[in-house]
Design a protein around this ligand. Structure first.
Ligand code: 7O9
Length: 483
């Protein structure tokens, strides 16, 4: 029997989640309603509407750096070496496996649905494409893992830039600089604005290992970082309460600022559907099955508990901005040990992007179809490998969005300008793939925790080395919100 109290109790318990869901739907309705009032909304008007959402996004982003660096240090530092090695290995195996399966799924779908019709209208958006070569991009990625200056790494990333030789080839003391071959161009290194997150993550793990090795002597610094990350988690709890309003205005502003939905979806409808179907199958069939097989339990509760993270991901279009929310929900609602959660999630947010990988593979093959190009098995394999690499490396590549796509196109000789074909629906697909990225990271943390549970328990029994994290207890009101 469904008693009244039960219904009321349930509604109250999931109040925040429901409110955020309404925020998403309300934002769409709000945006559409405003559009009926006026044909063209200026950038400025759109900015006014999105303003509140922008503030919410800034708050989340402010938390990322002071949350992930101390979290990683403490998590790695409070596990012993063999255990962090094992936990890390499990996470990496999961990341590789799910990313590869997402790419494979995307390829099967795009080849069977065949959304690209040769000679299709390529649209008229003109976007400057940057000149990059795949080896430079991959080498910059590794370079960014080893930042020469940590303070600089919080604000700048390194990249190799190529200098256009001019319209004619010329001889530069014995080297031919050919404008048609980027490999012959002069190179220069430059620093660009943007946090070098890969370098910081890598360094945080190294400090964690060092502190673990130092034993007793490392304890004070560990306690400091642990305290810092807990303070950030406390702030996160406050910020999460703003999610319904923030998401409402973020989405409202986006809907308001997007012109001609109709024509865009008409032209790219099948492509859009292919990506969406792929994301759906991966997120709601493949990943849940992996979760239930690994943990031998039903995945529904686990996934439902993460709803707020998905709505935040959808609202912000950024899995790193959602990270504080994801960590909070995993620890409080799904009871994942903070040592695992705060170790694997920041790494997952950096290198594990199933949605992005699937999307890049589908997009590249779609563009090939539009160009009437028949791809060989070898070329499809090349696309899978670069799409996987692009999703792993995105966070380490300056201005990743376009660059990674260009890199995938380049491997099979497709014109890099053609990324503009898919740009029109990119912002919307981005939100969906971000939600799947967050889902993939969360399920990964759940699985790694389940597999490592016994070892974590043993560790506590033997050395009591499990201390370090004091998860902030929920206040009564929060408790209600989170249940
Ligand atoms: C999507 F978690 C942190 F703090 F370690 C972290 C911080 C920043 C992790 C990653 C980043 C980061 O900058 N990531 C990044 C991701 C940078 C550029 C591009 C992307 C890809 O983003 C996804 C996509 O476009 O498909 C998606 N929007 O998951 O956020």
């Amino acid at each position: 029997m469904l008693s009244r109290e039960k219904v009321v109790g349930c509604l109250r318990a999931s109040g925040l989640t429901l409110a955020t869901l309404f925020g998403v739907i309300g934002g769409v309705v709000f945006g559409l309603a405003l559009r009926t009032r006026e044909a063209v909304w200026t950038d400025r008007e759109v900015m006014y509407v999105a303003y509140i959402g922008e503030l919410f996004l800034r708050m989340l982003k402010a938390l990322i750096l002071p949350l992930i660096v101390p979290s990683l240090i403490t998590a790695v530092g409070s596990l012993d070496m063999t255990l962090s090695g094992k936990v890390g290995m499990r996470a990496i195996v999961y990341y590789m496996g799910t990313t590869v399966s997402a790419v494979a799924l995307g390829i099967v779908l795009v080849v069977t649905i065949h959304p690209g019709v040769a000679g299709q209208d390529k649209g008229d958006i003109v976007q400057e494409s940057r000149n990059v070569t795949t080896p430079d991009t991959l080498m910059d990625l590794i370079r960014n893992m080893v930042p020469p200056n940590l303070i600089q790494a919080t604000v700048q990333q390194y990249r190799t830039a190529l200098i256009y030789p001019g319209n004619f080839a010329y001889n530069d003391s014995g080297q031919i600089r050919n404008p048609n071959d980027t490999q012959t161009w002069k190179m220069k290194g430059e620093w660009t604005a943007g946090t070098n997150i890969l370098g910081l993550v890598f360094f945080a793990v190294i400090i964690g290992i060092a502190l673990a090795k130092m034993g007793e002597k490392g304890k004070p610094l560990l306690a400091f970082f642990s305290c810092l990350s807990d303070a950030m988690m406390t702030i996160t709890t406050w910020v999460i309460n703003l999610a319904p309003i923030g998401v409402f205005f973020l989405i409202g502003g986006q809907v308001l600022g997007t012109n001609d939905f109709g024509t865009v979806l008409n032209q790219l409808g099948w492509y859009f559907t292919t990506v969406l179907v792929g994301l759906f199958i991966h997120g709601f069939i493949v990943l849940p099955i992996i979760l239930s097989v690994c943990t031998k339990s039903m995945p529904f509760r686990f996934i439902a508990n993460m709803t707020n993270a998905f709505t935040t991901a959808f609202g912000t279009g950024s899995s790193s901005a959602t990270l504080p929310v994801t960590i909070r929900l995993l620890e409080e609602k799904n009871h994942v040990d903070p040592r695992v959660c705060r170790f694997v999630l920041p790494i997952g947010a950096t290198i594990n992007m199933d949605g992005t990988a699937l999307y890049e593979a589908v997009a590249a093959i779609f563009i090939a179809q539009v160009n009437g190009m028949d791809l060989s098995m070898g070329q499809i394999l090349a696309i899978s490998i670069t799409a996987t690499a692009a999703s792993i490396g995105a966070a380490g590549i300056p201005q990743a969005g376009l660059v990674t796509m260009v890199m995938v196109l380049e491997t099979v000789g497709l014109p890099p300008e053609d990324v503009t074909i898919i740009l029109a629906v990119d912002w919307l697909l981005d939100r969906f793939r971000t939600a799947i990225n967050v889902l993939g990271d969360s399920i990964g943390a759940g699985i790694v925790y389940h597999l490592s549970k016994d070892e974590l328990d043993d560790m506590e029994k033997i050395g009591g080395k499990g201390e370090g994290f004091e998860t902030v207890p929920l206040t009564e009101v929060e408790e209600r919100n989170f249940k």
